[in-house]
Design a protein around this ligand. Structure first.
Ligand SMILES: Cc1cc2nc3c(=O)[nH]c(=O)nc-3n(C[C@H](O)[C@H](O)[C@H](O)COP(=O)(O)OP(=O)(O)OC[C@H]3O[C@@H](n4cnc5c(N)ncnc54)[C@H](O)[C@@H]3O)c2cc1C
Length: 416
């Protein structure tokens, strides 16, 4: 087998298409600036003397899952879904939070509860930019109202971790609500900065089906006869479940699209959910290093197919650590969230796309190796077990698809 082409610097991470735009590098070295690249994603502008050791923190280069020997008592390691203690259907008790949020509002309700109960001083998450709603900014929330202002899924590019080092330096105890790759960066940082374990006391995440470039919201605006530079609102979803993708401009024009029209219509030529390369080969879309993963709790038809019809929002809470379980229990006791039962069968139906993505990862990594493309260092993701579960035919298809994309130039991009 060929040796892996591991990025030896942040420049190699970016050039190999592996930057996830988390912003941890810019947090550590303030000379690094996150810039919008021509491909519609945020990328670090790197000084020539950028510290090569930053690759150890970068989740484009280093993706380390939970240590199987250090799981909390009562946690089992599911071969597909990772550390698992319990799972539930769940939603925010407050109907405004539930309605405003992306799904059932659980992440927002937990963030609000963490502040109200004094467990943390701040929540680090994201919100839509007030100046250009196709952009998304990191948000440090210190009040429940501020947490609510960040409710919603922002599928587009954002660098949520840029404020991390400032929050650590000021001595704040805080929680991070962000994507799985962002949390990989926090765990990487924790291996070299002891303040992380003491001060970043909860890591809450989603299941992530990839981000989209900033071209998508702009192309949607154009397709609806609106000037992308004049948008006053771009909401990916929320205000209902899944909620309408909503565009508004200064002249009072408004467009609304259902979830299926916006994101699941492969025949729509006018915009595309264009995922960056890092997402296409992501080793952990499930947030295995979080305390809780909180995806959608989709309704199902009689055959178990997920429905995207409007309904009061429901999440799944997938508990991964004892700290996460304790948080769920306390938030229920305080009346912040409510739980419902969830069977293994329903969960598997809701997230069949993630099972299949997960099992295909060894095939995609094999393609990177074969083509000599940049490959992250991964550890703790049970690839041997996945190879057995996936079967040769499925893995070969994943490998071939990835090789094809590499040949078409998707695994490289220029520096900004
Ligand atoms: C890029 C992306 C892909 C997703 N893919 C899937 C999927 O495949 N399957 C699935 O079940 N669910 C997916 N989700 C999660 C889902 O859309 C909901 O966000 C999740 O179920 C939580 O719902 P909620 O009502 O608790 O969220 P809310 O209460 O609305 O809270 C969401 C929180 O996440 C933060 N946030 C939003 N976007 C980002 C971002 N880009 N980066 C960092 N933090 C962010 C917000 O600031 C907020 O604090 C995805 C979300 C995103 C952002």
């Amino acid at each position: 087998m060929k040796p892996a082409n591991r990025p030896a610097s942040l420049a190699e991470v970016v050039q190999g298409g592996l930057c996830s735009s988390c912003g941890i590098c810019a947090s550590i070295d303030p000379r690094i600036e996150m810039r919008l690249a021509p491909n519609g994603n945020l990328r670090p502008h790197l000084p020539a003397d950028t510290d090569p050791a930053l690759v150890e923190v970068c989740p484009g280069a280093t993706v380390i899952g939970a240590d199987p020997d250090a799981l909390d008592e009562g946690t089992r390691l599911d071969p597909v879904w990772g550390p698992r203690r319990a799972m539930h259907r769940a939603w925010a008790t407050d109907t405004d939070v539930r309605h405003t949020a992306a799904a059932g509002g659980v992440l927002t309700a937990l963030g609000m509860f963490l502040l109200e109960s004094g467990r943390v001083d701040a929540i680090l998450h994201v919100r839509a930019s007030g100046d250009d709603p196709t952009l998304t900014l990191p948000q440090i929330s210190r009040t429940p109202a501020e947490v609510l202002s960040g409710a919603q899924s922002r599928y587009g590019p954002v660098a949520p971790l840029v404020p991390v080092m400032d929050l650590l330096a000021e001595g704040s105890r805080f929680a991070v609500i962000a994507k799985p790759c962002d949390l990989n960066a926090i765990r990487n940082l924790g291996r070299r900065d002891p303040r992380v374990d003491k001060q970043i006391v909860y890591l809450l995440t989603i299941f992530c089906g990839t981000t989209a470039s900033r071209h998508m919201p702009r192309d949607m605006a154009t397709a609806h006869g609106m000037d992308p530079d004049a948008l006053t609102t771009f909401r990916y979803r929320g205000m209902g479940w899944p909620g309408l993708t909503t565009l508004e401009d200064a002249a009072g024009q408004r467009a609304e699209l259902t979830y299926e029209e916006a994101y699941l219509n492969d025949d729509e030529p006018r915009w595309k959910y264009e995922a960056p390369w890092r997402c296409k080969v992501c080793p952990d879309q499930l947030g295995e290093v979080a305390d809780l993963s909180v995806p959608d709790g989709w309704l199902l038809d009689a055959d178990g197919t997920p429905l995207h019809d409007e309904a009061p929002g429901i999440n799944v809470i997938f508990e991964r650590t004892a700290r996460g379980s304790e948080l769920v229990e306390a938030a229920v006791a305080a009346g912040a969230i409510e739980l419902g039962e969830l069977s293994d069968r329903d969960f598997e139906c809701m997230h069949a796309d993630h099972r299949s993505y997960r099992l295909g990862e060894p095939g995609r990594l094999a393609a990177l190796r074969e083509a000599g493309a940049a490959e992250p260092r991964t550890q703790g993701y049970r690839f041997a077990q996945m190879i057995e579960l996936a079967g040769d035919e499925f893995l070969a298809a994943q490998r071939d698809g990835t090789l094809d994309r590499i040949e078409r130039g998707q695994a490289s991009e220029p520096l900004v």
